[in-house]
Design a protein around this ligand. Structure first.
Ligand code: KIV
Ligand code: ZN
Length: 535
């Protein structure tokens, strides 16, 4: 019988640690609900101690998302574990995931702890977490650069203290498949009690080997794979969930493994994660890239037309990739839009639905065929819109041969209006400068990307913008049939994320502290506590 592999999704925790990503509660919940439809086994919802917003988001997921186990990350500190528990206690099946470094590099330079202290901290943390819940995972961070004998000892103590899952992370993406499999095999053979627990692996992709390493470990007995949609995660990311699942599905003959994932939800999950994180999927990405099922050369097209098996090892419909159907037209009303959006899994509140309807009507007056991708883009833009932050009320821009590009914007925030006009090198530059002026947020534009959502000249433009504020990156995304408007929306979205992350507040405080310091004889400002702990 095929071995069942548990899929532990860490898109909302490790994935969210990728530079520039900052999801709000609504967005995290939306992704978690989609992960439940994807039928992953475990959702690592976040790292609750890192900020009040993160805590609330994990709590909302634990309360609302049914099906998968809901997990929260915690360092070995008691306060971390308390906080993780408070966030997930309402889940149907909660899991506390605690971790501690075991490599010489980390113990000596980062933790400044001896191996003996690390063993004690592990025991203490696992038994403390165990007071709250039966399900406790322990990770030995930087396991692949740790002394294997020491690892055996740490894992044995974690199991004795009650850990039910033992995770072997390749934290820095350093391992190669044979070596990683040998490490996991060594753990399976030398750790007392290991047969009572699930052995998990968590591989990073620094050398492009995360998927290969995870599968090599599964071949020697690991039964849980930690991975993220679109391979999101720290630095080069984590093992990509869609690749792991589709390899296991497609190569059952070679691997004799199976998962519980509903593969038909893969494409939708990938798009949702991409749209909400602002991380665009590369066109040639395995399984979910735009070209993953596109046959360009004449010979390949000829073969596929004669029989799909000539050049297709997976069917597009197996990952939920169907031709976009036409759903609604310019005569459709609010109710039809609401019903269609709900069928697609998007539940907007009244205000959101009203805004989406206005945009839908605008689009329908410009574009003959409204596809599922268009509706999805409008719905996702609404989900990204944060009620309490800046919103675009209107924009206007003009340019022409020999004319200076100019743009005007009107934004609103908490009932107040913010208007500005600016000129620029081009219309995109002008509209971004107008948004900067209106919001009074000075940021450096470090990346700008535009892509079409559907085919054809009337396609909606999907703009991704990366801004840098005081050394922090934020990514914003916006869609519209007009790419200048899409650019304004993306820029505003990035600023809203900076507000959400508390970056602007920190910037203001820094400026205030500087001004105060310049005043001769001024009292020293009281030290302020930062609102959030950096993950
Ligand atoms: O990469 C890593 O080691 C981690 C742990 C917290 C599991 O993300
Ligand atoms: Zn990681």
């Amino acid at each position: 019988m095929a071995e069942r592999i548990y899929i532990f999704d860490t898109t909302l925790r490790d994935g969210e640690q990728a530079p520039g990503i900052s999801l709000n509660q609504r967005e995290k919940l939306e992704i978690a609900e989609q992960l439940a439809r994807l039928e992953v086994d475990i959702i690592e919802a976040g790292f609750p101690i890192t900020s009040p917003g993160e805590f609330e988001a994990v709590k909302a997921i634990a309360k609302n998302v049914k099906g998968p186990v809901i997990c929260a990350l915690a360092r070995t500190d008691r306060r971390d574990i308390d906080c993780a528990w408070e966030a997930i206690m309402f889940a149907e099946r909660p899991l506390i995931h605690t971790f501690l470094s075991t490599s010489r590099y980390h113990m000596e330079y980062q933790l400044k702890k001896t191996p003996k202290q690390v063993v004690e901290m592990t025991k203490e943390a696992v038994s403390y977490a165990k007071k709250y819940t039966e399900n406790v995972e322990f990770s030995a961070m930087d396991a692949t650069r740790s002394d294997p004998e020491f690892l055996y000892q740490v894992y044995a103590e974690a199991i004795k203290a009650g850990a039910t899952i033992i995770n072997v992370p390749d934290t820095v993406g350093y391992a190669v498949p044979d070596e990683f499999a040998a490490l996991v095999k060594g753990i399976m053979e030398n750790v007392p009690g290991i047969e009572e627990v699930v052995v998990s692996v968590h591989c990073h992709n620094d050398l492009g080997l995360a998927v290969a390493n995870s599968l090599a470990a599964a071949r020697v007995g690991a039964r849980q794979i930690e991975c993220a949609i679109n391979g999101l995660g720290e630095r080069a990311g984590n093992a990509s969930l869609e690749e792991i699942v589709m390899i296991i599905n497609t190569r059952k003959d070679a691997l004799n493994m199976t998962t519980g994932v509903n593969t038909r939800e893969i494409f939708q999950t990938s798009r949702l994660a991409s749209m909400l994180t602002g991380y665009v999927v590369q066109p040639n990405k395995a399984v979910v890239g735009d070209n993953a099922f596109a046959h360009e050369s004449g010979i390949h097209q000829d073969g596929v037309l004669k029989h799909r098996s000539t050049y297709e090892i997976m069917r597009p419909e197996d990952v939920g990739l169907a031709e976009s159907e036409i759903y609604l037209g310019k005569h459709s009303g609010r109710h039809a839009l609401k019903t269609k959006l709900e069928e697609m899994g998007f539940y907007l509140d009244d205000k959101g639905l009203e805004r989406a309807f206005v945009r839908f009507k605008e689009l329908a007056s410009k574009k003959k065929e409204i596809t599922v991708k268009d509706l999805e883009a409008i719905a996702l833009d609404e989900i990204r819109t944060l009620e309490e932050l800046f919103q675009l009320e209107y924009m206007q821009s003009s340019s022409g041969t020999g004319a200076i590009p100019i743009a005007a914007v009107k934004l609103s925030r908490e009932g107040r209006s913010y208007e500005a006009t600016a000129t620029g090198d081009g219309q995109v530059d002008a509209v971004c400068k107008a948004v900067q002026k209106a919001t009074k947020v000075k940021a450096k534009l470090v990346a700008y990307q535009v892509q079409a959502i559907t085919k054809g000249l009337d396609a909606m433009g999907d703009v991704t913008i990366k801004l840098e504020l005081d050394g922090h990156e934020v990514v914003g995304r916006g869609v519209s049939p007009d790419i200048i408007e899409a650019s304004a929306r993306a820029y505003i979205n990035a600023i809203n994320r900076a507000v959400q992350k508390g970056l602007l507040e920190k910037k203001k405080l820094a400026r205030k502290a500087k001004t105060t310091a310049r005043k001769p004889g001024a009292a020293k400002p009281a030290p302020r506590k930062s609102k959030s702990t950096k993950k």
